[in-house]
Ligand binder design. Structure first.
Ligand code: TTP
Ligand code: MG
Length: 355
């Protein structure tokens, strides 16, 4: 039976938190980020409200550019402590809706509401209930996507922001995904987008119908993942990432890393050490997670659960690399890899070791 997975993402989160404590900001362009110093400032836009987005301002843009696009906007210095307090309140609300809960960043989370909802009609009502509760308690709006897996639920929550609620049932996945530009697919960053476009692949539908051979020659490691994602197949495993039964290693860099190849090399090193830890403990693992801290201390976790218990080093590295692709182009301050769902091997070897 398909699961019912809900993805929730707060709308313009940091700046909405600012509007909550200073309602006079509402309805006018406002930007959270570095001090623009009248256009001479360095640093980037953290986020901005939807009024500022109309001027072309977006997250990650140099603050000087944002200033030149809309000098009359209100520019605010981030208050991470305040935002994370509100984030905790929101996550507490969400946890009450399902035991299967997974926070994935400061303003987004997954819930598996299969048992609670029973069907997609009821799931939609639960989605409205969540929106209502967050609005009443925190005076903030969010967008929700509901589908049979995390991949489609996340795309759905993003598509019609702000304040949306989209349900994509199993038979609706293909017509929903096919017309979307490939960039909407989780894990397709600017470089991959360029490569795909050069192959004539513009939409998710084009990608889903691409020949295996064509993709294999250009994306040696990721081709299968790409085809499956484009077909709307993804994980439906929702769980708190960092349980007790896990091992992890992380590394904080002396200088932030922006070069993605360098970041991948770091993952290989960490993965190799973790593999040694795993072997020393005589464990197998099922879930690989990464933790990424960006230059401005925002911290993200991402996880992927294999359909079997593994003892392999190459799967640790391969999965961690897959998960980290989303952060391509960002300045990374810390990278960590964690293995969880551990089991003692008791002398037994996993089948995948023989494949
Ligand atoms: P997002 O959910 O990506 O963005 P958002 O909530 O501001 O807007 P949207 O309505 O499109 O969801 O990120 C959550 C918060 O993380 C965001 O409010 C600020 C922070 N952030 C940055 O600081 N830099 C970034 O590049 C991004 C993408 C987000
Ligand atoms: Mg958001």
């Amino acid at each position: 039976m398909p699961r019912i997975i809900l993805h929730i993402d707060m709308d313009a989160f940091f700046v909405s938190c600012e509007e909550k404590r200073s309602p006079s900001l509402k309805g006018k362009p406002a930007v959270v980020g570095a001090d623009p110093k009248e256009g001479r400032g360095r640093g980037v836009v953290s986020t901005c409200n939807y009024e500022a987005r109309k001027f072309g301002i977006h997250s990650g843009m140099p603050i000087s550019k944002a200033y030149s696009l809309c000098p009359k906007a209100t520019f605010l210095i981030p208050d991470f402590h305040y935002y994370s307090k509100i984030s905790k309140n929101i996550m507490k609300i969400l946890r009450n809706y399902s035991e299967r809960f997974q926070q994935v960043s400061i303003d987004e989370a997954f819930l598996d509401i299969t048992e609670k909802a029973g069907d997609f009609e009821k799931a939609k009502l639960i989605g409205f209930e969540i929106k209502q509760e967050i609005f009443e308690k925190e005076n903030l709006t969010c967008s929700i996507g509901i589908s049979v897996n995390k991949l489609v639920a996340k795309i759905a929550s993003d598509l019609y922001k702000p304040c949306s609620l989209i349900v994509v049932k199993e038979y609706e996945i293909s017509p929903f995904l096919q017309p979307l530009p490939i960039r909407k697919l989780y894990g397709v960053g600017p470089k991959t987008e360029q490569k795909l476009k050069a192959l004539g692949i513009e939409t998710i539908g084009n990608l889903a119908q691409s020949s295996k051979e064509k993709l294999m020659s250009h994306f040696v490691v990721y081709w299968l993942y790409m085809i499956l994602s484009a077909q709307g197949q993804g994980s439906d495993f929702v769980a708190e990432i960092y349980g007790r039964d896990s091992i992890s290693r992380e590394r904080t860099f002396f200088e932030d890393i922006e070069d993605f190849n360098k970041l991948e090399r770091e993952i290989e090193k960490i993965g190799t050490f973790l593999y040694q830890d795993l072997n020393d403990g005589g464990y197998s693992y099922k879930t690989v997670s990464i933790k990424v801290r960006l230059h401005d201390f925002r911290t993200y976790t991402r996880a992927r659960t294999l359909g079997y218990e593994s003892t392999q080093d190459r799967e640790i590295i391969h999965t961690a690399k897959l998960l980290v692709r989303e952060f391509e182009g960002k300045k990374v301050r810390l990278i960590g890899v964690r293995l969880s769902n551990l089991k003692g091997r008791k002398g037994q070897r996993s089948i995948v070791e023989f494949c």
